[in-house]
Ligand binder design. Structure first.
Ligand code: LLP
Length: 411
């Protein structure tokens, strides 16, 4: 029977019902320690990219080990603070921060704001000046590098909306240096997510290092370099680069530059530490295909529908050794054909009532869930050793309905 640390997943299912996400503290902690260990000989800080899994308990698990946070909205910033991440360990990224969000971040004294355009630079300078502050800034550079990942999560090519074009960075840096509300501290880059190849990193990091040298030669003092996140995990048969090799690329690219480095891993810290558990409602024979209809749907885990992502699907109960696997389509109950987790997936014989786990669902799972089809938001559970805790409960239908309001004229 599949377990999260010392807790059988079926026991959690019996307790709280399905579907639910479950995360293993030990796996999150071990991965953070591996990451920190790989960079122990460099002046590097790990800012966990909260967008991967923003549950307060997950953020706190990492914060307790010393992780900082990378946030992309006031909501994420508030989560990081609420989870106990000190403001001076928080980096604020994102292509469209509002003045209100910038003011909030400045008032809290966060470590760094990664600015992605000149208009944002101007806005930030105004906001900071009006508060009598200078904003600690890194300019996010678009290095025009193909991360060789899914198009929807590739961010470092010049046609992408992210960062300041390589050719414009010099001008932006000078502009920044002349603005009263800006303290230009460094550069930042993030080329994409789920990278399984180090070559794009090598190229991007060397471009950034070159820029640092050029800008310094022009009198722009830079002390920090934020290298983003994106290191992939194994969903199927990928072999993501080792942390040691990744760290070596960073070491090589930044050698001799005397820079304080930041890393922003999200998926690599939490992705493999979580599963989504669902129950089979029906086993259905179509004209040409056979379907397993689950009680989890695309609103709970959207990655297969959105990115054609593969998640390994495993029955919680060990199949009989002589059981022969058959191809089935694994689908949810939502009224769209896109609500398909897998087609022709080879699985052992399964029946209504059986439990399944989607593996590698700790990142970009629950955070991307919705209540589409008026399905209740999927709950989250954190396991530690023999204990588990519901860290986000399943809302009741009353709670769900009470979020809407009736206008006067319809009362
Ligand atoms: N830093 C920045 C500026 C980012 O935009 C991201 C992710 C990260 C760090 C963390 O990347 P990671 O280490 O987790 O790859 N929903 C998609 C992934 C979107 C990633 C967006 N940015 C998915 O499910 O694959």
């Amino acid at each position: 029977m599949l377990a999260a640390e010392g807790v059988p997943l079926a026991q959690i299912a019996a307790d709280i019902g399905t579907p639910f996400y479950c995360y293993a503290s030990g796996a999150i902690e071990a991965q953070y320690r591996r990451y920190a260990e790989a960079f122990a000989d460099q002046d590097a800080r790990i800012h966990y990219a909260v967008k991967a899994n923003h549950n307060l308990a997950v953020i706190r698990t990492l914060a307790r080990l010393g992780a900082g946070a990378d946030v992309v909205s006031e909501g994420e910033l508030r989560r990081a603070l609420a989870a106990g991440v000190p403001p001076d360990r928080i980096v604020f990224s994102g292509v469209g921060k509002t003045r209100e969000e910038l003011a909030f971040a400045l008032a809290r004294g966060i470590h760094q704001i990664n600015v992605e355009s000149e208009p944002e630079l101007e806005a930030l300078s105004e906001v900071a000046s009006s508060m009598g502050l200078r904003a600690p800034v890194a300019l996010r550079v678009n290095p025009d590098v193909d991360a060789r990942t899914h198009a929807k999560i590739s961010t470092g090519k010049k046609e992408n909306k992210f960062g300041i074009d390589l050719g414009l960075v010099h001008a932006s840096a000078k502009r920044a240096a002349g603005l009263p509300g800006i303290a230009l501290e460094g550069l930042a880059v993030h080329i994409g997510s789920q990278l399984t190849d180090l070559a794009p990193y090598r190229l991007a990091f060397s471009r950034l290092a070159e820029l640092v040298r050029e800008l310094r030669a022009e009198g722009v003092g830079l002390r920090r370099l934020d290298l983003g996140g994106g290191l992939g995990i194994a969903y199927r048969d990928e072999t993501p680069p080792s942390l040691a090799d990744y760290a070596a690329i960073v070491r090589d690219a930044t050698r001799g530059l005397d820079l304080a480095l930041s890393l922003e891993p999200g998926r690599a810290l939490v992705g493999s530490a979580g599963v989504l558990v669902a129950r089979i409602i029906y086993r259905k024979a179509g004209a040409t295909r056979s379907f397993l209809v689950l009680d989890a749907a695309m609103n709970d885990l959207i990655r297969p529908a959105l990115y054609e992502a593969w998640h390994e699907i495993v029955p919680l109960a060990e199949p009989r050794p002589d059981a022969e696997s058959m191809p089935v389509d694994v689908v949810g109950p939502v009224c769209e054909s896109g609500d398909t987790f897998a087609t022709s997936r080879m699985l052992p014989p399964l029946a209504a009532g059986d439990l399944l786990a989607f593996l590698s669902a700790g990142a970009y799972g629950a955070v991307m869930s919705s209540s589409y089809n008026s399905r209740r938001l999927v709950p989250e559970v954190l396991v530690r050793g023999e204990s588990f805790a519901v860290v986000r409960p399943r809302p009741t239908f009353d709670e769900m309905l009470s979020q809407d309001a009736m206008p006067d004229w319809l009362r």
